[in-house]
Unconditional design. Structure first.
Length: 689
């Protein structure tokens, strides 16, 4: 047990003393795997057991349900750091809450398309640069490796993972995947020829990505896939035709065949044949023999018997990338075509299986999963991605490529992970609040009694009490409460005792109160400065201020609470000189983030603006406000802070495209939002005339 930290030792002792089993994360700590024959060594590489044990699980706060609640399962869209969200999903798996339709625990199929760390610009919506990856080298490799470790644990035993990369980092990640999943579980390196030609002045054209396919074990869900024959292929090879249809002719001679085949005479031709004479007679009887001009028999193979086409190989040249005119295009950088995910999901999952995409982006994986009757979990740390997916899932078409009839999605829920709305938390039922409070501070939920007092769990080896501030219509945590608690627990508890309570229900300022040899630590909600508690510095999610940064890899550790930024704007109607159409102009005068992240107070006015998202035709009826759930926001346009600044801190909306109401969502760089709904009259204009 030399690999254990002192806190891990105490935690194990506490669990054993309470008669509980050990979590799965201790497996590799207590029984470390043998060193591998080779591995990738680089600065900052953590042990797998530390990645699993020290990754912080954060509660999932439901923000909104779409389509009601599922019966056995509801699909999940999660906003937050994917590593922390994965740890929470792993706990769900351990508790039997992450199961496929057939009852198998874990995720059947994972597809991820992480940032490539290439610093390469991609052409995006409106011919603007889409993104530039920010994490490179060893940092990127470790960033992805930590997630691969958690993803392996999330997979079902017969599950698969597909990792989509480019040529710059693919070779490093192949070695990491060999280490993480085992080289014996490597299935394929798929070459996706995403473009027919690419002109580079000093190198060969880069026209492909790679997709690495690994399985969790030797037993793997897999369905053989086929590619339809092209018209050119049919014309070239199926060049014969009779009353049954088109056919090609196969050689029946044993030339070059190992073992020389069967020797006999057929139709005055003596030689070696691939089949015995009885089979040849059966072919003749069924009119399946085609004779050459020299009288040599060949076997007819009809096109209608090969309707599935040819077996799929590891080079995929028949799927095109998304172009500017594609029906399925949603205007999100790096969007992948639905046909690509359709093939992957069909190959490695079945109806009712859970599909996970930890870098969901535009939501292609989730859209295809919905169309194929799969369950799905999508995670992304970008507000633009979340709003893009939300809109996409509400406007699905039944066919791949987003064509066909309208498809009503199965129920799904949007969650926050790591950034919480405290106003909503206060309205939770007591048991839900209690569970949330324990999870937030990584406490073990074990209700027990000490000295006749009902306690809620443990943090390490220390006792935890969730203060019930709702008793008697509302009570406060004061010195008298702690005095009474100590008098009943004296001599029965250790040096530390934790009390979790809403900050507004604590009427003193100290972080702890000392009684005898025990310190009663007060864990306030909301509360961001708890670094010593979690043994790490917290870092916030960072939203982009420029479209180039949309897919920047950001790692957020810990949690924070939503604090609405301060926003003040002027509204007007302007018609630019020399242009035909009017603009509804939002002049941003004040934008100040109120987040608790480090350094926020040093930021000047407008410095913390990330983007403004706009729904041009928000179906909001002021007369029905408060009478029903408001309609969902559906993003139509994105204005990044850098572009807004270049325009004099103005957001210009085309009047001709605006509906009765317009919703604007102002997002700070930490993911906090300020939302407003405006009509054209608010801008000083009447109707569109």
């Amino acid at each position: 047990m030399t690999n254990l930290t002192e806190e891990q030792r105490q935690h194990i002792i506490a669990l054993l003393e309470n008669g509980e089993g050990l979590p799965a994360e201790f497996k590799t700590v207590l029984f470390p795997p043998e060193r591998q024959e080779y591995e990738l060594i680089y600065a900052g590489k953590e042990r797998e057991e530390d990645v699993i044990a020290e990754t912080m699980a954060v509660p999932l706060q439901p923000i909104r349900n779409f389509g009601g609640n599922g019966v056995d399962w509801h699909n999940m869209l999660i906003f937050g750091d994917n590593l922390q969200a994965m740890k929470t999903l792993l706990q769900m798996k351990e508790h039997g809450q992450l199961t496929n339709a057939d009852g198998t625990p874990g995720v059947r199929l994972i597809y991820i398309d992480p940032p490539f760390a290439t610093k390469q610009d991609f052409q995006g919506n409106q011919e603007e640069k889409a993104y530039r990856d920010k994490v490179a080298g060893a940092q990127f490799v470790e960033f992805l490796r930590k997630r691969l470790v958690l993803l392996r644990e999330l997979l079902a035993d017969d599950g698969s993972i597909y990792v989509h990369l480019d040529y710059r980092k693919g070779h490093y990640i192949k070695v990491i995947l060999d280490e993480t999943f085992g080289e014996n579980n490597f299935v394929n390196q798929i070459i996706w020829k995403r473009t027919s030609a690419h002109s580079d002045s000093k190198t060969l054209g880069n026209a492909h990505d790679i997709i690495l396919h690994f399985s969790k074990s030797s037993s793997m869900v897999y369905s053989k896939q086929f590619i339809k024959y092209s018209d050119e292929y049919i014309k070239k090879y199926y060049k014969h035709k009779d009353e049954r249809g088109r056919f090609l002719d196969r050689d029946l001679t044993a030339k070059g065949l190992r073992g020389q085949g069967y020797e006999y005479e057929w139709k005055r031709i003596k030689g070696y044949w691939r089949c015995p004479i009885e089979t040849m007679k059966e072919y003749e009887k069924q009119d399946l023999l085609y004779y050459t001009s020299k009288g040599t028999p060949r076997l007819k193979q009809y096109l209608h018997d090969k309707e599935d086409g040819s077996a799929l190989q590891d080079v995929w040249a028949d799927i095109n990338a998304i172009n500017s005119q594609a029906v399925e295009r949603v205007g999100y950088p790096t969007q992948k075509p639905e046909t690509l995910l359709h093939r992957i999901l069909n190959a490695s999952s079945r109806s009712g299986d859970i599909i996970l995409d930890g870098f969901s982006g535009s939501g292609t994986t989730l859209a295809v999963a919905e169309k194929l009757g799969r369950r799905w979990v999508g995670i992304d740390c970008g507000k633009l991605a979340i709003y893009t997916i939300q809109k996409r899932m509400l406007h699905l078409k039944s066919d791949i490529g987003n064509k066909g009839k309208t498809l009503k999605p199965k129920p799904f829920t949007l969650y926050n992970a790591g950034l919480y709305d405290f106003a909503q938390l206060r309205n939770l039922p007591w048991e839900s609040w209690r569970s949330y409070a324990l999870n937030l501070f990584e406490c073990k939920d074990v209700q027990h009694k000490v000295g006749g007092i009902e306690l809620d769990g443990y943090r390490g080896n220390d006792e935890v009490l969730v203060f019930n501030h709702r008793l008697g219509g509302g009570v406060v945590l004061d010195y008298g409460f702690i005095d009474d608690l100590y008098s009943k627990l004296r001599g029965k508890i250790g040096a530390r005792f934790f009390i979790i309570a809403p900050a507004a229900s604590v009427n003193f300022l100290e972080d702890y109160v000392e009684q005898g040899r025990t310190r009663f630590y007060i864990l306030r909600i909301p509360y961001s400065i708890i670094n010593e508690l979690h043994r790490r510095d917290f870092s916030a999610l960072v939203q982009p201020a420029d479209e180039n940064e949309v897919n920047a890899t950001v790692e957020a550790v810990g949690f924070d609470f939503i604090r609405q930024p301060k926003v003040e704007c002027n509204y007007s109607i302007k018609k630019p000189k020399g242009e035909m159409f009017r603009n509804a102009v939002v002049k941003i005068k004040t934008f100040q983030s109120r987040a608790m992240a480090k350094g926020v107070s040093q930021k000047g006015n407008l410095e913390t603006l990330s983007m403004v998202l706009v729904d041009y035709d928000y179906s909001f009826d002021s007369d029905r406000k408060g009478k029903e759930t408001p309609p969902p926001f559906e993003v139509d346009a994105v204005f990044y802070a850098n572009d807004i600044q270049a325009a004099g801190w103005e957001v210009r909306l085309p009047v001709e495209e605006l509906g009765k109401s317009v919703m604007l969502v102002y997002v700070d760089i930490y993911g906090n939002e300020y939302t407003e709904v405006k009509t054209l009259s608010d801008f000083g204009g009447g109707d569109h005339a």
